[in-house]
Design a protein around this ligand. Structure first.
Ligand code: NAD
Length: 437
C-alpha cells in the first residue's frame, strides 16, 4: 500500500504566512545588501527576489564579473559597492546576505551585527569551533536576527519528516545514516574559471582577508577555495554541515558528545589539500548514533540522503522523496530450538505464547502494512528558508537555524576534521560549548 502526498500546499502556506506578517522594518519594505555574489550568492539573490516586499539595494564581490551579474539580476537597481564595510555603514540598509567563503564568515557576521544589521549568512557559520561563542554572544548583545543558510531544514519534506519522527511512528531511533556523494569534477569543486579572471578583475587581498594565511595570487585558490585548508574544512564543513543541521533539526538534538572520523584523498590529488572520501561516527547524549559518509568517486546517495532507523520503522529521505517503511522483524528461534531434543522442540512450539510471538515463514505469513511515500513538489527550500529570515526581520522572532544551531552544526564538522587530523576520538565540552581541549 503506497500513498503519495504532495506537499505543495505546505510550501505555499509557509510563504503565505511570511507575506502576511506585518513589518517593523522600514514600513514593511526591507532593504538588503548582498556580500559575496558568487555561485551561491546569486542563488540567494533570486531567493530574496522570490519573496515579497524586499529589495536588494547594494551588492559587493571580489570579482568584477560577479558584481556585473548581480547588478543585472536587480535590473540595474542595486549599487555596486567596492568594500563591504560601506554596505554596513549605510543606515538605509536593514540587513545583509553573506555568501563569501567560510574563512570570512565570522568577521563579516560580527561587523554586520555590530553595525545593527540583521544577517543571513551561509553555512558553515564558522571556520573554527572557537568562533561560535563570539558570534552567539554578538547576536544576543545586539538583538539582531542571525540566520544560517542550511536551507534543507526549511523544505516541506524535512518539516514532514520531523512531524513523523515526533509522532513516534519510528519507535526508538538509535541510529541515523547520512551520505552526500558525487562523481564529477564540478561535484569535487573543480569549477571552471571565468576566462576574464585576472589580477585586474579579481581583488586577491579582499579574498584573503584578515584570517587566512597569505599566498601569492592564485585563480585556483580564488575560484576553488573549498579545496584548500586556509579557506574551508573540505567535505566536513561543506557537506556534513548540511547533514548535521538536518539531523539536529529532526532529532531535536544539540550536539554529539563524541566524534571519530577518517578521511583520505584517493583520486583528485593534483587539485586539493582536503580528503575526497570521508567517514565519521558521532554519538549523541540523546541516545542515538550517526554514521556520516561522503565520497567524490561515486554518486550513489547523490546530494544528501538520510536513513533514520527506529525499532518500529525506518524513514528515508533523499532527493525529493521521503519514505516510511515499517519494521518487518519477528522473533524466530527455530534454528536454536532445532538443536534441542525433539520432544522439547515439540513442547516449545506447542506453547501458544511462542506461537503468537514466533511465526517462522514455513508456517504462515504474517500480514505487514506496506510503506508510505511522500513526494515534494513544493516551494524551493532556499526561497522558503530566505522567507523565514525575512519573516524574522519583520516579527523579530528568530527562526530555528539561529546562531546556536549554526554553531553546533559547524562544530560537528570541526570535530570530524580534528579527529581526521589527529587520528583520535574528539569530545564535546557541553559546559564550555566548545571542543574539549
Ligand atoms: N546552502 C547551500 O546549499 C550552499 C551552496 C553553495 C555554497 N554555500 C556556501 O556559500 C558560501 C559561498 O560559496 P560559493 O559556492 O558561492 O563560492 P563562490 O566562490 O562562488 O562565491 C564566493 C564569493 O565571495 C566573494 N568574496 C570573497 N571575499 C570577499 C570579500 N572580502 N568581499 C566581497 N566578496 C568577497 C568572491 O569573490 C566570490 O565571488 C560558502 O560559505 C558556501 O559554503 C552554500
Amino acid at each position: 500500500m503506497t500513498r503519495r502526498t504532495f506537499l505543495h500546499s505546505t510550501g505555499v502556506a509557509t510563504a503565505a504566512a511570511a507575506a502576511q506578517t506585518t513589518s517593523s522594518a522600514a514600513n514593511g519594505r526591507i532593504q538588503l545588501g548582498c556580500i559575496g555574489t558568487g555561485a551561491r550568492g546569486q542563488e540567494l539573490m533570486q531567493a530574496v527576489q522570490a519573496n515579497p516586499n524586499v529589495e536588494i539595494v547594494a551588492v559587493c564581490d571580489a570579482y568584477t564579473g560577479r558584481v556585473e551579474r548581480a547588478i543585472e539580476r536587480t535590473k540595474g537597481r542595486a549599487k555596486a559597492i567596492k568594500d563591504y564595510r560601506q554596505i554596513l555603514a549605510d543606515k538605509s540598509i536593514d540587513g545583509v546576505v553573506i555568501a563569501t567563503p567560510d574563512h570570512w564568515h565570522k568577521t563579516m557576521i560580527l561587523e554586520a551585527l555590530n553595525a545593527g544589521k540583521d544577517v543571513y549568512c551561509e553555512k558553515p557559520m564558522t571556520y573554527t569551533a572557537k568562533e561560535g561563542a563570539d558570534i552567539i554572544a554578538a547576536a544576543r548583545k545586539t538583538g539582531r536576527v542571525l540566520q544560517i543558510g542550511s536551507q534543507g531544514m526549511s523544505s516541506a519534506l524535512q518539516q514532514k519528516a520531523k512531524e513523523i519522527i515526533k509522532s513516534g511512528a519510528l519507535g526508538q531511533i538509535t541510529m541515523v545514516r547520512a551520505a552526500y556523494n558525487r562523481n564529477t569534477a564540478s561535484g569535487a569543486w573543480i569549477y571552471p574559471i571565468p576566462p576574464d579572471a585576472s589580477d585586474k578583475t579579481v581583488d586577491w587581498n579582499a579574498f584573503q582577508g584578515p584570517v587566512a594565511n597569505k599566498h601569492p595570487f592564485s585563480l585556483e585558490r580564488f575560484f576553488r577555495w573549498r579545496c584548500y585548508n586556509d579557506y574551508s574544512g573540505g567535505i566536513a564543513t561543506d557537506l556534513f554541515v548540511h547533514l548535521c543541521t538536518t539531523i539536529h533539526f529532526l532529532m531535536d538534538a544539540k550536539m554529539p558528545s563524541h566524534a571519530m572520523a577518517m578521511g583520505q584523498l584517493y583520486r583528485w590529488k593534483e587539485s586539493r589539500e582536503v580528503p575526497d572520501t570521508l567517514n565519521a561516527m558521532l554519538q549523541y547524549p540523546e541516545q542515538f548514533a550517526v554514521n556520516l559518509s561522503s565520497t567524490f568517486n561515486n554518486q550513489s546517495g547523490f546530494q544528501g540522503s538520510f536513513d533514520f532507523l527506529g525499532t518500529k520503522g525506518s524513514l528515508s529521505l533523499g532527493g525529493d522523496k521521503l519514505t516510511f517503511s515499517p519494521e518487518r522483524s519477528q522473533e524466530d528461534n527455530q534454528w536454536v530450538v532445532d538443536s534441542w531434543s525433539s520432544a522439547l522442540e515439540g513442547k516449545y512450539y506447542a506453547d501458544p505464547k511462542v506461537q503468537a510471538a514466533e511465526v517462522p515463514s514455513t508456517w504462515k505469513q504474517r500480514a505487514v502494512p506496506g510503506g508510505t511515500v511522500w513526494q515534494s513538489e513544493g516551494q524551493d527550500s532556499t526561497v522558503a528558508h530566505m522567507g523565514h529570515f525575512l519573516e524574522s526581520m519583520r516579527t523579530r522572532k528568530p527562526y530555528w537555524e539561529d546562531a546556536s544551531a549554526g554553531h553546533h552544526a559547524a562544530a560537528c564538522a570541526h570535530m570530524v576534521n580534528l579527529s581526521v587530523r589527529e587520528h583520535r576520538m574528539v569530545e564535546w565540552d557541553f559546559a564550555k560549548d566548545d571542543i574539549k581541549a
